[in-house]
Design a protein around this ligand. Structure first.
Ligand SMILES: [Zn+2]
Length: 306
């Protein structure tokens, strides 16, 4: 996939950029210093970012990671090797950044990961040591004043990074193209994500431009439409899971039914396992609301409506 360095906004205290590719990196440049947001998939992303920053005569002074998924932190180790600097990440997410084997491990239900989960999209080649945790609220790093915005749901403790009018929102919003290609979007906590998306109107009163973790930067109005589209999809998945519980069913059977409803045909185990997490998140949501419950019969774990 082609990678593009794009100027996003001219601000009072600097300029915001995006390195747009398979997964996006952000940068805020003030004088010769650059604050980097996310590290991309691998060392290639790190190399391209360093080169892009050299092009604007800036040097990275801090790296902030929005969440602990390999396509957002996989380039961190290479980036830190080329440009030693502090690495900031939310608590919880930090464990995944420091220990890349955790992501394939949890996708495989806690067991040692199967081979196909050890590719770099689900297991970063190298971890990186986190220097400090990102807590919600204002944060000053050198010349940069940013706001750490909690955006949980897609990942447990994901955060966005707000700078002046720009919000780097990680995977809180997926672009329409991703919603079309991967209808069962990866979700850790469906209720938390819906709450995060419901907060976008308030966020867009403050920020005018959003750079999601994938796809193009969007102005406030489009961000609001995307927040609606993401929320609609999550609610639709939840409804389809409940619909699949006409009779007691296993998570596997529910996933097969919901996937068929979206016309999906998973090409390999990772696609199945990633979507399975979203189905489980929907089931957790249904248990919380008292609409469904798990039970065991004949040593099989099934779900039924309450
Ligand atoms: Zn992600």
């Amino acid at each position: 996939m082609g990678v593009r360095w794009q100027h996003l906004r001219e601000g009072r205290s600097g300029r915001a950029y995006g390195l747009l590719g398979g997964s996006n990196l952000g940068a805020v440049v003030s004088g010769e210093a650059a604050l980097v947001i996310d590290a991309g998939l691998d060392k290639d992303a790190a190399r391209k970012l360093i080169r892009a920053l050299e092009g604007v005569e800036a040097r990275p002074v801090a790296l902030l990671i929005t969440h602990g998924h390999a396509d957002h932190f996989g380039g961190a180790a290479a980036l830190l090797r080329r440009a030693p600097m502090p690495l900031y990440a939310p608590p919880f997410e930090a464990h995944f950044i420091e220990e890349p084997r955790l992501e394939p491990l949890f996708l495989h239900g806690g067991a040692a990961a199967i081979r196909s989960l050890q590719g770099k999209f689900t297991q970063a080649r190298r971890g990186a040591e986190v220097t400090a945790f990102l807590a919600p609220g204002p944060l000053e790093i050198g010349p940069f004043r940013v706001e750490i915005v909690p955006l949980p749901g897609h990942a447990p403790r994901q955060v966005g990074i707000g700078w002046e009018e720009v919000l780097f929102c990680g995977d809180a919003l997926f672009p329409q193209a991703t919603l079309d290609r991967h209808p069962i979007l990866f979700c850790h906590d469906l209720d938390a994500w819906l709450e995060t998306l419901a907060a976008f109107p308030a966020l867009m009163a403050r920020y005018r431009l959003v750079l999601p973790g994938h796809g193009e930067p969007v102005e406030a109005e489009e961000a609001l439409a995307l927040a609606e589209a993401n929320a609609d999809r999550l609610r639709e998945i939840r409804a389809r899971v409940l619909e699949a519980l006409r009779v007691p069913a296993s998570p596997e059977a529910i996933l097969a039914e919901v996937a068929a409803a979206y016309g999906l045909d998973f090409p390999s185990p990772p696609f199945h396992l990633l979507s399975r997490v979203t189905i489980l998140a929907a089931l957790t949501s249904l248990e919380r609301s008292g609409e469904a419950e798990p039970f065991v019969v004949d040593n099989r774990l099934l779900w039924r409506r309450c």
